[in-house]
Every structure is written in structure tokens, then in C-alpha cells.
Design a protein around this ligand. Structure first.
Ligand SMILES: [Zn+2]
Length: 120
């Protein structure tokens, strides 16, 4: 990707990435920050894209309702699947993030409320 306009688009809506060694997971979206466990993870584009997708989801739900819905979705899934990993992977916000984290142009093409497409 070359050129001033493309570079501008790629850089818009960047959220600050902070190293947080106490994290139990590799990355976390704590609006408006992305927390990563280790310094070198700031270069992990898939991880950063995954967490950026969560921050887009959070922004369009005015932040607090995003975290509430995320938790409620997890609890419902926890009863449904009786398994932590399955419950987590089926959270609608995770479904979008995992489905698109390897898509390099996703953040430039994503539509508002795209996670609704991942509700069954
Ligand atoms: Zn996630």
C-alpha cells in the first residue's frame, strides 16, 4: 500500500497500544486503549486488528453497553455450551473479530454494526 491518501486511511482511528505485563491474555480492548501483554505484540497486526475491531464495536455501542452485552452474551453461552472456551468463541463480538482479524483491509471496509451479521 503506497500513497498519501491510502496511508491516511490506514492510520485513521488508531487507538493507543499499551504494554500491560499483568495481563492473563495476549491482548485486551479497554476503550480507548489496546492492552498487550508483551512489547513485541504491538507489532502483531492480527492481534492489533482483532482488538481494534472490539474498539469499533465498543465505540458504536457507546462503550459501556458493549461491555455489558459482551458479558451477558458470555453468560448465556456459558449455560448453552457449559464450556468456557466455547462460550467465549461464540460471543457475537468475538465471532466478528476472529472472522476478520486476518483481513488486512477489514478496518477500512467494515460497516457500522457489522457484528450484527454474526448473530445467528
Ligand atoms: Zn476478542
Amino acid at each position: 500500500m503506497q500513497g498519501h491518501c491510502l496511508r491516511y486511511n490506514q492510520n485513521k482511528m488508531k487507538y493507543p497500544v499499551i504494554t500491560a505485563p499483568f495481563l492473563k491474555v495476549d491482548g485486551m480492548a479497554l476503550f480507548p486503549f489496546i492492552l498487550v501483554k508483551r512489547q513485541n505484540m504491538k507489532q502483531d497486526q492480527i492481534l492489533i486488528r482483532h482488538e481494534t475491531i472490539h474498539l469499533r464495536q465498543a465505540a458504536e455501542l457507546l462503550v459501556i453497553p458493549f461491555y455489558f452485552l459482551y458479558l451477558v452474551n458470555y453468560i448465556i453461552n456459558r449455560f448453552k455450551y457449559n464450556n468456557h472456551h466455547q462460550a467465549y468463541m461464540h460471543i457475537v463480538f468475538e465471532r466478528e473479530a476472529y472472522a476478520q482479524e486476518k483481513n488486512a483491509i477489514y478496518l477500512q471496509t467494515r460497516k457500522l454494526y457489522a457484528w450484527l451479521e454474526y448473530l445467528k
